[in-house]
Design a protein around this ligand. Structure first.
Ligand code: MF3
Ligand code: CO
Length: 253
């Protein structure tokens, strides 16, 4: 069942979204060679709690981290560790959830560390672009499949592939609500969007093949072929004639 949020609920999700945005603002400059992913997560914990919010992911279905930090061929759900140290040329994604006054916002950014190859920068750029290619279609009455299809088209046109095993989702009262939002699919299919739906749209993109494997920790999802991956996500609300991003950390492009 897809929950339509009231204006009051949307405001609350937006407040949670401001916390998530502040985490990106404070952590992006710290993504430099030599820093451990645990140090980054500890900083995220501090920022989230300084707003009176709670890190949504901690203990979610047993997840042991404050946020997810996924480096290089880890696509999602990387567990922060003092043994995982960022190196020059890495790609690192920070996936952040904050719960404030009972409402959840969820977003992810991928950054390049130090000097990265052009192909690495392209992967990160195309992932972000694919998010906007999808969401620019959003307004009341549009099929969700149109959004999924546009994301997939942009990714594949650039020679990359879309991860199949993870999807975006409804968000707000809980981290994961209906609908599930694949980053691939057919235009003209799927649920029809309505104003007040709050969605976390999150393209996960692979440099090579899209197949993933889960490590023995039960969480860390890595690319089977060991190639790079990238992830970009925002929480947004569907409106009558468009959408509004609720986890914006930069000026809208
Ligand atoms: N952004 C991810 C998602 O929406 C993060 C979830 S991590 C978990 O699925 F640990 F909370 F599961
Ligand atoms: Co999400």
């Amino acid at each position: 069942m897809i929950i339509i949020k009231s204006p009051r609920e949307i405001e609350l999700i937006k407040k949670a979204g401001e916390v998530v945005s502040d985490v990106f603002k404070q952590l992006e400059p710290l993504c430099i060679p030599g820093v451990s992913t645990l140090a980054l997560a500890n900083k995220a914990d501090q920022v989230i709690r300084s707003h009176g919010a709670i890190p949504t992911f901690l203990n979610y279905e047993g997840y042991p981290g404050v946020i997810c930090i996924s480096v290089n061929d880890t696509v999602v759900h990387g567990i922060p560790s003092k043994h995982t140290i960022l190196r020059d040329g890495d790609v690192v994604s920070l996936d952040v959830g904050a719960t404030l006054n009972g409402y959840v916002a969820d977003a992810c950014r991928t950054y390049v560390v130090g000097r990265a190859k052009e192909s690495t920068k392209k992967l990160v750029r195309v992932t972000e672009e694919s998010f906007y290619e999808g969401v620019k279609l959003i307004k009341e009455g549009v099929h969700l499949g149109d959004v999924s299809h546009a994301i997939q088209t942009h990714v594949e046109k650039n020679g990359f592939s879309v991860i199949r095993d993870y999807t975006g989702h409804g968000v707000g009262r809980h981290l994961h609500e209906d609908p599930s939002i694949p980053n691939y699919g057919e235009a003209g299919t799927g649920v029809i969007l309505k104003a007040g739906m709050c969605l976390a749209i999150e393209p996960m993109v692979a440099e090579g093949d899209y197949r993933v494997k889960i490590l023995s920790d039960g969480w860390t999802a890595k690319m089977k072929d060991g190639k790079l991956s990238s992830h970009y996500e925002n929480t947004l609300v569907v409106t009558k004639d468009g959408y509004e991003i609720l986890t914006q950390d930069k000026e809208i492009k």
